[in-house]
Design a protein around this ligand. Sequence first.
Ligand SMILES: [Zn+2]
Length: 467
Amino acid sequence: MCCDEFAISLIIRDFLSIRHAEPKANLYYNLAIFKGIFCSLHYDPMNGNIIINNASQLVTCSGFRAKQGKSMSDLHVIDHGAVVIEKGIITAVGKTEDVLAGSDKTGFETIDATGKAVLPGFVDSHTHFVFDGYRAEEFSWRLCGEDYMKIMERGGGIVSTVGATRKASREELIESGRKRLDSMLSFGVTTVEGKSGYGLDEETEIKQLEVMEALDRMHAVDIVRTFLGAHAVPTDFKGREEQYIDYMTDIVMPLVARKKLAEFCDIFCEKDVFSLEQSRRLLLKAKELGFKLKIHADEIFPLGGAELSADLGAVSADHLLHASDNAIAKMAKGGVIATLLPGTAFSLREPYARGRYIIDQGCAVALATDFNPGSCFSESIPLIFALATLSMEITIEEAITALTINGAAAVDRADRIGSLDAGKIGDVVILEFPSYKFIPYHVGVSCVEKVIKNGILVYDKQNKNSR
Ligand SMILES: [Zn+2]
């Protein structure tokens, strides 16, 4: 952050105007300006007004809702394309010559994307990025063949992260969270979903969500908050799972709702964690309180969480390594997004979810990192592209859809982000290469050269200080 005093005074002015903003578009603009000044290298009166032209490929991913099955292959690529962003919102998309014909470019910054592919910002729709308590030792034990029970006995597992996160101050969590968001941004992520779930008590669950709220205000990357109080059974509730669910539904969840700290509610529905019935009970209460629903479903054991997601009208069911054929058919019919997390299967050396089959059955698939300190300590988007295309029989086009418009749908924002369409927020990624096919081809390496958030350049590989 490199704000001078002038910029800081503008931040304060614009922050105040956010609070008094009336129309929604105006709010987006104010947020764009606020976040842009906060995160970009210097204040520029053209902030939010930008034209990106001459792109060898403008990969629009055009659409305003999730793409299911075959339609996941439609990227709507425009050769020699251009996109115009005005006050943070996309106003024109098309061939460069058509878009620029007769348009007044005064007050616009221009980026020449000759020889480069341009895409919507990526949406990482499943992460646990706010935590303290790394588990590198545990990772090494796992590589030596120790099972989860043995690891728990040695003081590892989620309990260790919960202990450290409870002890961590807000400032410490903000500082580590900010660095992780910086890294995500460098991979082209412009919106991320983040879950609580390392507190498992009222105080820390609220703390994690408030930290995400603060980070959302101060960082270019937008954060969608999910309440995951039912991530695990804390030690003091062992054997009293029903009472823990009561504690969550009667005390913590209503407080989260009252404070408007989370938009989604999620649960780890898994054998020996929370049963199908407990999951149904918690999610029904969440729905009643106005939360949208997500489920960690059928990751280790085919318990039926995926079917439950369709029964309850969840926005997404995530993991799905052991989801049944029947569950996948129900999810396709019900429009539940299947969020696949190959980084976790890779890190745990488990078989991948059946990506090809799930798409062929007509589901809308999203891909996400599941960034967390235990089962997948990676926020790498290049890793996800590599695993999806090389190990899950997902095509490059489908993988891009899964990380853009379908990722947006998995956080219920397909109307606002996830594609380059007029009216959407100006979140754009510019690659170093002329084709989107370089993303998995340049395996494991980020091809992202620039990231534009709300029409403002917030990351530039050439100038690492730009965010
Ligand atoms: Zn997760």
